[in-house]
Design a binder for this molecule. Sequence first.
Ligand code: FE
Length: 346
Amino acid sequence: MTTKISRRTFFVGGTALTALVVANLPRRASAQSRTINLYSSRHYNTDDALYDAFGEVNLIEASAEELIERIQSEGANSPGDILFTVDAGMLWRAEQAGLFQPVRSAKLNERIPENLRHPDGLWYGFTQRARVLYYSRDRVNPADLSTYEALADPQWRGKILVRPSSNIYNLSLTASRIAIHGEPETRRWLQGLVDNFARQPEGNDTAQIRAIAAGIGDVAIANSYYYIRLQKSTDPADQEVVEKVSLFFPNTGPGERGTHVNVSGAGVLKNAPNRDAAIAFLEYLASDDAQRYFAEGNNEYPVISGVPVDPVLAAHGQLKGDPLNVSNLGRYQPDSARLMNEVGWQ
Ligand code: FE
């Protein structure tokens, strides 16, 4: 059974209500039952059925920032067993706050590709998302698209759409470029990219895709699953966007490293009262069946090859992901934020 304690119910009032949640959660479950307390910023209804198949999952949902702050304030008495969140950059923030303990699991190490997990087992990636390009079918010839790097070319002056630099997805994309090219080259790239912006960055990833359809810009950078969501939408306005905009996987040409990928992922918390069950839960998420349902819940890619990909997503072609270890996305996050600020990416 999944006991869901939603952010709406408990977080609006601040600390007093937060304390109420803690009171409701037993710190330690009985030894026989597979019970865990899962702190998650990932919330899709499809996840619930998956959790039910594991055992008793007490789900605490809030934003990643709220959860990190909360686990810190709960300290040694935290009932939390697992923190699940999106973006390796966010997992790194939790890691920096000292929230995770290392896990050694032969199963997880064998199942999950090395580049999609923390080198010391502090956290593991369970779904993969690609940060891809979108373009106007009317105004852009896809033969003119190639890499993230090429978006800095003067050819794209006034045509590029992307959300603000404070967004973790963009911090991670920039961090990947620093890891690959070094700082001076990344700074030049960022400057060229910002010079090509169609407008001051605003809105979320979906808003960038919609802005192409609205004629505000010609090429956007946004995560893969947002477009799949629009494709599956029955809203005529969404269907119109899909008709006007197409998806492109950058950096997949001959000799290229592959498209920038990120993960949603989880680690076992330092003071986890149900440590063994928590590890068993992570191993469960790496199983073939769980992988398929979990990835499909948000139209993402499984982290395990051979597990079927959602057909609408699969129709865009096979993912060729950059093999860079995603822990780099955290390591270079401060440099990334500084460079983006220096070149005026708002
Ligand atoms: Fe997202």
